[in-house]
Design a binder for this molecule. Structure first.
Ligand code: AMP
Length: 287
């Protein structure tokens, strides 16, 4: 595996690959890699001749300085893991390569219809930052396929919208959520969880399962209310538990009218903010 830090050197390599008409799969990450990320690498390797992974802790998507500073970073460990999974290129640029002073990288795309719910109000500017960095990275790598996780449901929905709205040629492939044995969704933030709180973290998965089991029996509002009650404990503070349409992310009032329903939640566990989701009806889809 080659590790490259400069846009020009990555592009020199990728140009040769493109001249040979080989397909490129791209997995953008912020590092602190785990098996969730590796599932994206595996899928990319299966579906493409060349796999590129990027590690870049993107400052423009953090709305809290503290969260950005505390984000776990270990490039050597990440590089070893990627290498052992057969990743071909690791692009690990400094901020100056992603956002050179003279380049306009902000994207003129109205995503407000997706950001008024769930993560949006709680993290102002976050998705604008995600759109900016993914657009810039796609512009650098120009992959055939882009691999993202269902773990960040709102994120892949917005990126899918961006790809369609800007008529970008890359295809989005969404991969299922990889979980620990007790159901906790794998996340780079999990290493920061307080040890005494870790055993209770399966509560998120259990509450999402409760929603799935009850979607045909109970009203949406009563499921959401009960879910919030279940997630409220000493050191557990739910920010939201929202049952929404999987395409539009709009709140669902009557479950009978939707064929694709997803429950999304964000919960503070001590000083770590975890997100998770589960499809309650229908299959993971993009359009
Ligand atoms: P991150 O490094 O957290 O920005 O994540 C990079 C990519 O990995 C995103 O597309 C995430 O949705 C995906 N991802 C993170 N955790 C998981 C997981 N547990 N299962 C599947 N995909 C994941």
């Amino acid at each position: 595996m080659r590790i490259l830090k400069r846009v020009s050197s990555l592009q020199r390599h990728l140009n040769i690959i493109k001249e040979e008409n080989l397909s490129i799969g791209f997995v953008p990450t912020m590092g602190a890699l785990h098996n969730g990320h590796m599932s994206l690498i595996k899928k990319s390797k299966k579906e493409n001749e060349i796999t590129v992974c990027s590690i870049f802790v993107n400052p423009t998507q953090f709305n809290q300085k503290d969260d950005l500073e505390k984000y776990p970073r270990d490039l050597d460990k990440d590089a070893n893991l990627l290498h052992s999974h057969g990743c071909d290129y690791l692009f690990a640029p400094p901020s100056t390569q992603v956002y050179p002073k003279k380049l306009k990288t902000q994207i003129n795309l109205d995503i407000s219809h997706f950001t008024s719910v769930m993560e949006g109000p709680n993290r102002p500017g976050h998705f604008e930052g995600v759109v900016q960095v993914v657009h810039r990275l796609l512009d650098i790598v120009k992959p055939s396929n882009l691999y993202m996780g269902q773990k960040d449901f709102q994120q892949f929905t917005i990126i899918n919208y961006m790809l369609n709205a800007l008529e970008m040629p890359t295809k989005l492939r969404v991969c299922p959520i990889i979980r620990e044995d007790d159901g906790l969704a794998m996340s780079s933030r999990n290493v920061r969880l307080r040890e005494d709180l870790r055993p209770s973290c399966s509560l998120l998965f259990q509450t999402l399962q409760f929603a799935k089991e009850n979607i045909d029996q109970k009203s949406i509002s009563s499921i959401e209310k009960e879910a919030i009650e279940k997630l409220t404990r000493l050191d557990f503070k739910p920010e939201y538990f929202s049952i929404v349409d999987g395409y539009t992310l709009k709140p669902i009032v009557d479950a009978h009218n939707s064929e694709y329903i997803v429950a999304c939640t964000a919960v503070w566990v001590g000083n770590v903010r975890l997100i998770d989701n589960m499809i309650l009806r229908g299959e993971k889809k993009i359009r």
